[in-house]
Every structure is written in C-alpha cells, then in structure tokens.
Write a protein that binds this ligand. Structure first.
Ligand code: PQQ
Length: 577
C-alpha cells in the first residue's frame, strides 16, 4: 500500500500502531534528546470520556490525529492545526452483552490508516472502514460471532490491497483464525485457522515447514483428541508484522482451550505458534510452536519485531519475539530457523531451556521442569510457585528496537503463580477456562512485579534491567534522540537513556498507563503522546471493580495494591519541549 508506506516512512507522522511494518516502534525524530528530555512539559491533554483500560495509541496523519477508546470504541479525529478541535467523532452502536465475553478488560489496541480510510475493529468483531476526512462509513463487515465467545481487542494490519484482522476468545473455546478483507470493498479474501484441517489452516503439507521440516498431512488435527480442535482456541489477538520483500506476514497464536491441560492430550498444534504466511494467499510458509501442549496459558501472540542484523558475522533477516513463556526467541524470518532462545527474566522456572540441537528429536522444544507441570500422568495437578504467571514474563505490551544501539527495549512482568486446574465442559459462549489462579511478585524481587529491560537479540542477553513496582503494561518507544520511553501502571511516563537505562524524566499522568508511547512532529516541533487509563488484564480489578483475589483470572489479588496509586480515567497527554 503505497500511501501507507509513504506515511510510515515520514517520521513526522505516526501512521500505524506498530511504528512500521517491522514493529520496531523506532522514530527518526531527534529534537528531543537524552540531553534535553528533562525539560519536557505537558503541551496539551484530551479526555476520551471513557473509563476502562486504554491500550494502543493515537495515529497522526498530516494535520489529523485519530484517537480511539476501549468499548464502546469511539474514534475521534482531532485537528492538530486548530488546537486539537474535534473534526468528527464516530461512536459505533454495540450490544453491551459483548463486555462479559471479553476475557481481559474491554481494551482496544487502536485504529489503522490506509488509502484515506481509518479501520476500526470493534469489540463485537465488526470491522469498519471510515472515510478519514469525514468519518463516514465506507464499508463494514462482521468478522466473528460474540454469541460463541468471539470478540476483538486487536488493531488490524492494512497491507497491499487488504486489511488483515485477528480474533479473541481463547477463554471461550473458539477456533482461532486470521482473515484478510479487501481494503476497497470489505469482501473476504482468505481466512486461515490456527487449528483445524489442512484446508482450514491454509498449508501445503509438503511445503509448509516447522524447524526446516515439512509439517506433513493433518499436522494440527492429529495432535488433538477426537474433534477437540474445533474448540481448541489458538486465537490471534496480538500484533502483526510484515516483510514486503518476502511478501510474508508474521503473528503468533494463543493458548489452546481449555486451561486444564489434562483435558486435551497432545501437542495441540498450532496453538502457541509463530506463523509466517503469504500476504496475498494466506498460505503458510513456516510455523514454529514455542510451547507444545501448554499447561500455563502462555499465549504466543506477542509482537514479532523484524530487523536486519549480523549474527556470527553474517547479515541475516531476523524475527525477534518475547514470549509469555519467558523466552526471548530470535529466528531467521525467511526460513523459520531457530537461532536464539533464552530467558529474558531470570525468574523463569517452568523450563530449563529449549533443545537447540537440530539432530535431537526434541529440537526446538522447551524442557519442562516436572515440579511446575500442571498435569501428571494424564491427571490435572495443583502446582505452586510457577514463574512466570499466566500473564507471562511479557504480555501484549510491545517492545521497541533501536537500530542505533541494536538493542530491544522490553516492558516485562516479574510475577509468579499457583495454578489449580479443574474439569470444565464446553458450552458455546460460556467461559471455558478450567483453572483457578493466584498471582504474586516473583520471590527474588523485593516486591517488584516488573522490569524494563534492554535485550541483545543476537545472543539472548540482558544488557540492563530497571526494576518497577508493577508490571510494565505499556508499549515502549525508541527514538534517534537516544532515549526510550515507557509508561507504568501507577501512571508515570518515563524517559531513559537508550545506552545505559539511566532515568532522565518522569511525569505522573492522571491514570495508570497501559497504552503505547508514540511520537510525531507538527509545525516543526516534536511531540510525545501517551494514553493513560488503567486496565487490561493486570488492571482488571480496578477496571471492572473486582475485589476477590482469584477473580479476573487470578490478577485481582496480585495487583491489589494498584488502587493505592491510581484510579480509572481515559486521557491523552501530549508532551513537548
Ligand atoms: N488481553 C490482555 C490485555 O489487554 O491486558 C491480556 C490478555 C488479553 C491475556 O493475557 C490473554 O491471555 C488474552 N487472551 C485472549 C484470548 O485467548 O483470546 C484475548 C485477550 C484479549 O483479547 O485482550 C487476552
């Protein structure tokens, strides 16, 4: 898509949620630097009028800024040339019955732009194309069915002549899928399921590979008992990246349903899998399953960051992924070859690491520590002290990459859990969870539940690590000014030095931050923008008013202290020198 590519290449704009197709979240803007960031001031603010968790970020295209909200998914177009005046507002009419079917707050990770249109994927899975100038509906299409637990929180990927969209509902036993719609008309072009028959998966059993070998016939359904795959989860609610030269798009699939592993024997392919697919046809080039037969809810949907770097003196096209399971993976994104798999939080204890011997029959599999299994001999067992907790060493909060430092800047969680699986039966549209969880800070952490780290993806090592009291649930931004920004659950926007991690600036916004930091230039001036509005899975206690420690799928107890620091409220804060 030439229009979008031109906008993304222009550092004055913030044209896509992920910064670019590579998901680097890096800006060339360098007015704000490590030397002057300490002088940052609030330039203007905007209340979204909505209270629950605010994920994602605004977009900036020319003089227009587009701001979205959680359910009911309002979109505002603000005129930056006229003091942020509201040019149009779009408020979809959605049935509030979708709210209880959303697992982890009513968040939305933002709108997308291409070809003069704004694309919104609502909570009720309606995909809407709006005229970017007027806000008029150009087309709309229903992607899923909330009555069976299909909902949406993700942004969409506009690419070439398509809009690529995912689905949520892993806690409701849906059959996860990714769908391409025609950007002009909204017509469906292809749909690829994560679990299912070869036809549904869009695979060629001989040509699609897993760690260099063909996946073979019935690669998914042969790893489930009976037709459990039909309610097998593996949703696609995360971030999407793309390599236009290879014509490939990348994303990860989520947990297999239910959370009780004893109820679904087998590797449960292709849940917990990194997928590389042809953009035009959806056909899969390669898969890599990170957590076969998941026992902990370590969804594999976190972003895939694409870079070109040297490994062992050879320049390679890389894909880096920080998984919920606590391992930072680096792969060759053309072939799917596994290059690095190392823990990015030292607390991770469920595995001793991944078998990297290409000749081993366990090649690419994590070795599971029996003590932290939630299943033994086919029976479910209670397990305590598992690190990380179900929300992972990192959840959806996206990392950033600076080509200047060649480091990844990663918002992380430092949380462990007790896991009690129980038998559950499937009823369409009802929770299909099958485990009770308790979450708490990792034992070595002196109470800190998060770290903001710098990671070298070429050898899998932590360069520096900044302890945070709560999980860092906000997305990072790296800039050519040698600074990295992130937000905290208490509500601070922080700027740190890209080389050393030294804290250079912090400002407390009105509510906890789970949004992603963005930057743009307008009228010759660089601005930093961040949405506050506490919520998401970590903030679900505040967002949904829950107090029982095991509620919110176990997060309420773990993050109870958040209410001592912040309260609900959706606000955009924009900073400048
Ligand atoms: N959403 C958040 C959030 O926005 O804070 C955190 C999570 C979700 C999770 O940790 C999940 O496991 C999760 N799982 C699904 C799913 O399996 O379909 C969906 C979502 C979602 O749509 O937000 C989350």
């Amino acid at each position: 898509n030439d229009d979008l590519i031109a906008q993304m290449d222009n550092p004055q704009q913030w044209a896509i949620q992920t910064g670019d197709y590579k998901n680097q979240r890096y800006s060339q803007l360098d007015q704000i630097t490590a030397d002057n960031v300490g002088d940052l001031q609030v330039a203007w603010t905007f209340s979204t009028g909505v209270l629950r968790g605010h994920e994602g970020s605004p977009l900036v295209i020319g003089d227009m800024m587009y701001v979205h909200t959680p359910f009911p998914n309002i979109v505002y177009a603000l005129d930056l040339a006229n003091d942020g005046k509201i040019v149009w507002k779009y408020e979809p009419k959605q049935d509030p019955d979708v709210i209880p079917v959303m697992c982890c707050d009513t968040v939305n990770r933002g709108v997308a732009y291409a070809d003069g249109k704004i694309f919104l994927h609502q909570a009720d899975t309606k995909v809407v194309a709006l005229d970017a100038k007027s806000g008029d509906v150009v087309w709309e299409v229903q992607n899923g069915d909330p009555a069976i637990g299909e909902t949406n929180t993700a942004t969409v990927l506009p690419i070439k002549d398509k809009v690529i969209v995912g689905i949520s509902g892993g806690e409701f036993g849906v059959q996860g899928h990714v769908t391409a719609y025609n950007m002009e008309t909204g017509e469906q072009e292809w749909r690829a399921y994560s679990v299912g028959t070869d036809d549904q998966l869009l695979v060629d059993p001989e040509a699609t590979t897993h760690l260099g070998k063909p996946i073979g016939k019935d690669s998914s359904i042969s790893t489930w008992e009976g037709d459990q795959w039909k309610i097998g989860g593996a949703t696609t609610w995360g971030w999407y990246s793309a390599d236009m030269d290879e014509n490939l798009m990348y994303y990860g699939t989520a947990n297999p349903s239910t959370w009780n592993p004893a109820q679904r024997p087998g590797d449960n392919r292709w849940s917990m899998t990194i997928m590389a697919r042809d953009i035009d046809t959806g056909m899969a080039r390669w898969f890599y399953q990170m957590t076969p037969h998941d026992e902990w809810d370590y969804d594999g949907i976190n972003e895939m960051i694409l870079t070109e770097q040297d490994i062992d003196g050879e320049s390679r096209k890389l894909l880096t992924h920080f998984d919920r399971n606590g391992l930072g993976y680096t792969l060759d994104r053309v072939t799917g070859e596994l290059l690095v798999a190392e823990k990015f939080d030292p607390a991770v204890n469920w595995t001793t690491g991944v078998d990297m011997d290409a000749n081993s029959e366990n090649y690419g599999r994590p070795a599971v520590v029996a003590q932290y299994s939630t299943e033994q001999n086919g029976e479910d067992v209670n397990s305590t002290g598992i690190c990380p907790a179900a929300l992972g060493s990192k959840d959806q909060q996206p990392a950033a990459y600076s080509p200047k430092t060649e480091l990844m800047y990663v918002p992380t969680n430092h949380v462990c859990m007790d896991y009690e699986p129980f038998r559950v039966s499937y009823t369409a549209g009802q929770p299909y969870v099958g485990a009770t969880l308790a979450m708490y800070p990792a034992p070595d952490s002196h109470g800190g539940m998060g770290n903001f780290i710098a990671w070298d993806n070429t050898d899998g090592s932590i360069k520096w690590s900044l302890p945070e009291q709560f999980s860092v649930w906000s997305g990072a931004l790296a800039t050519a000014g040698d600074i990295v920004f992130y937000g905290t659950l208490e509500g601070y926007l922080k700027a740190v030095h890209a080389e050393t991690g030294e804290e250079l600036y912090k400002f407390k916004t009105p509510s906890g931050i789970i949004g992603n930091v963005m930057t743009y230039e307008h009228g010759g001036k660089q601005y930093i923008g961040i949405l506050s509005g506490v919520g998401g899975w970590a903030g679900i206690g505040l967002a949904a008013g829950l107090t029982n420690p095991n509620d919110g799928l176990g997060a309420v107890g773990g993050y109870a202290a958040l209410s001592d620091y912040t309260a609900l409220g959706g606000q955009l804060t924009v900073f400048a020198l």
